[in-house]
Design a protein around this ligand. Structure first.
Ligand SMILES: Cc1cc2nc3c(=O)[nH]c(=O)nc-3n(C[C@H](O)[C@H](O)[C@H](O)COP(=O)(O)OP(=O)(O)OC[C@H]3O[C@@H](n4cnc5c(N)ncnc54)[C@H](O)[C@@H]3O)c2cc1C
Length: 308
């Protein structure tokens, strides 16, 4: 049954990534066309296409980096699935199978939740036209909403992450993944670039936040299940955020090397900028999410049911 469920969950996660990409492409076209207001830096004396405004660029970068991060996470999971089945070494097959199993609820849960944020931003970039059905931006937003519901709601993915994927082995598998992330941090630390240093700072903080939450989940799932499950979806979001940000950090390392060789310069610069944006704007959410899970469980469950 879980072979079928994993395939379906993976596929729905990829639907989220696909719809996010489509919403991004549509928003970019509109932002280059729609003229409104003069740029704040005074570079143009007349109204300019809205892509000149920093907040519109912020929205487009959020859409772009979320989509690229989740796509990279899904590709890495697919490679792990292949290695789990076809690698000649039995231990390597086992490690890849565990890694793939850990990633599936994140690809389903995190990628579809991010597709809602991305498609919502797509509507926002279009302003009032985004709310008009004929424009098509709102259709993406509505279509993205079903992805967090069918093939198991986000909470059901999070229950799987907490129970089968984290608490069952006392967090050992999750911490083994954290150790792999630490190796990427080591590679980033050897770089001189400001971008690598910035990404390292955020990746390290997010990985430490993840480990804190894994320990909290492992310690509480049996003894205080309401506390552990009160943080289940935030834990899924933190873990998905970290896995996507980790892949973008790896892409920064590759892009810096290829840039130094003069390969595909504009593409590599865009990869580096996108990884940096994700680190500063999205990966930086992780420590706050950790605090909400570890310190905030009681506030979730404290209110008596009669008080709702
Ligand atoms: C357009 C569409 C197409 C669909 N296609 C198919 C299909 O082809 N085949 C098929 O079998 N099904 C299909 N479904 C059903 C879909 O999989 C379910 O709607 C989905 O799994 C949610 O179940 P539910 O609707 O019973 O919601 P509920 O289980 O009632 O969930 C309601 C809320 O309670 C939360 N919740 C429930 N249980 C828990 C829990 N244990 N812990 C934490 N929170 C919980 C949920 O997260 C959700 O927020 C489809 C649904 C839609 C809308």
């Amino acid at each position: 049954m879980f072979i079928m469920m994993n395939a379906a969950r993976y596929a729905v996660g990829v639907q989220g990534i696909a719809i996010a990409e489509r919403a991004y492409q549509k928003a970019v076209v509109y932002a280059k066309d729609r003229v409104q207001s003069r740029p704040v830096d005074g570079t143009l004396s007349a109204a300019a296409p809205i892509i000149h405004h920093p907040d519109v660029k912020r929205m487009l970068m959020t859409m772009r980096s979320f989509t690229e991060g989740c796509r990279a996470m899904a590709a890495v999971a697919a490679a792990a699935y292949d290695a789990a089945h076809h690698h000649p070494d039995a231990d390597t097959r086992k490690q890849n199978a565990a890694f793939y199993e850990f990633l599936v609820p994140l690809i389903k849960g995190y990628s579809t939740e991010m597709s809602l944020e991305v498609t919502s931003l797509g509507v926002q970039v279009h302003g009032g036209m985004g709310f008009i059905e004929e424009t098509g931006a709102a259709q993406y937003y509505r279509d993205a909403k079903i992805l967090t519901i069918y093939e198991g709601t986000t909470a059901i993915q999070a229950n799987d992450l907490v129970g089968r994927k984290t608490a069952r082995d006392g967090g050992t598998g999750a911490k083994a993944i954290a150790a792999q992330i630490e190796k990427t941090e080591g590679l980033l630390a050897q770089r001189d670039s400001a971008n690598a240093k910035a990404v390292l700072k955020r990746l390290k903080a997010a990985r430490e936040a993840f480990v804190d939450v894994v320990e909290f989940i492992a310690a509480n799932t049996r003894s205080n299940p309401n506390a552990a499950f009160a943080g289940s979806v935030p834990y899924l979001m933190l873990a998905g955020n970290l896995m996507a940000g980790w892949q973008l950090a790896r892409s920064l390392l590759v892009a810096e090397d290829l840039l130094a060789q003069g390969t595909d310069v504009a593409f590599m610069q865009a990869k580096i900028t996108t990884a940096r944006f994700y680190a500063d704007h999205i990966l930086s959410r992780a420590p706050g999410t950790r605090d909400a899970i570890v310190d905030g469980a009681e506030a979730v469950t404290a209110l008596a049911i009669e008080s709702f």
